[in-house]
Design a protein around this ligand. Sequence first.
Ligand code: PAJ
Length: 270
Amino acid sequence: MATIVIHQIKDWRQLQLENKQKFADKTLGFVPTMGNLHDGHASLLKQSAAENQLTVLSIFVNPTQFDQAKDLEYYPKTLEQDLALAEKLNIDFVFVPTYTELYPDNYNYKISESILSKQFCGQHRPGHFDGMLTVVLKLLLIFRPNRAYFGEKDLQQLNLVQGMTKSFFVETDIIACPTIRDTNGLALSSRNHQLDPDEYELATQFATLLRTKLSDKDIHDSLEWLGFSVDYIQTQGDRRFGAVRIGKVRLIDNVQLLHKTTHHKEGTVA
Ligand code: PAJ
């Protein structure tokens, strides 16, 4: 079946009404994204397609989670390519809403979390997690999927979404998916496409240094010396989290520190 692209919530409702048979007793998997899809997103889509009879992908560059106007403006948009990938992966539905479709209230109502969302990235991106949680809750309520797939690359986001669904009794299982990396160790990210070749080379040092036995402070200082502007490098338990900037591009990552753990388990709550 060809991928069906939906722009409006009413079209999704209509589709369900007209195809009761098709939806009956089928499990629905959901993969929310901001587009500019790469192999990291593809791994989530493949896992959803393998574990559910139907999959919905959403593509929406959510303005309420951008704390800087320039970051939003420069965010790469490649809808044609993204739809071609969805088709290739046999994804059933792609939801591509407008701002007014998702925010009829113009963001007067929002979800906020008061502890975890203030740490790590939250300290450096005011309002970011409010915007993220709000749009994710809206999307989960529109599609009411059995499972929704999130990458461990954004572990703080994943943990916040898990906490939110538990707090608001949302009956969707939040599934953690491993971080997909380039052969040089750099976590795949839409933001990597904004780096020039020299900056990309430099970015690989971020992933490499995060895994070393150096202290957080020594990694911080080494990265600054190399030319990064460091937001934070912070170890919690056996996991090290980091966020850096190269020029206008912000990169985040987290790795499990094997020298700090006795058993290897990816994606545990930090
Ligand atoms: P986006 O950055 O497009 O990421 C969509 C999903 O892909 C997230 O769950 C993210 O963790 C996952 N992902 C990104 N890079 C990955 C990689 N290298 N390996 C594995 N998974 C990866 O995260 C967002 O969009 C937004 O905040 C969103 C949840 C869509 C809300 O607007």
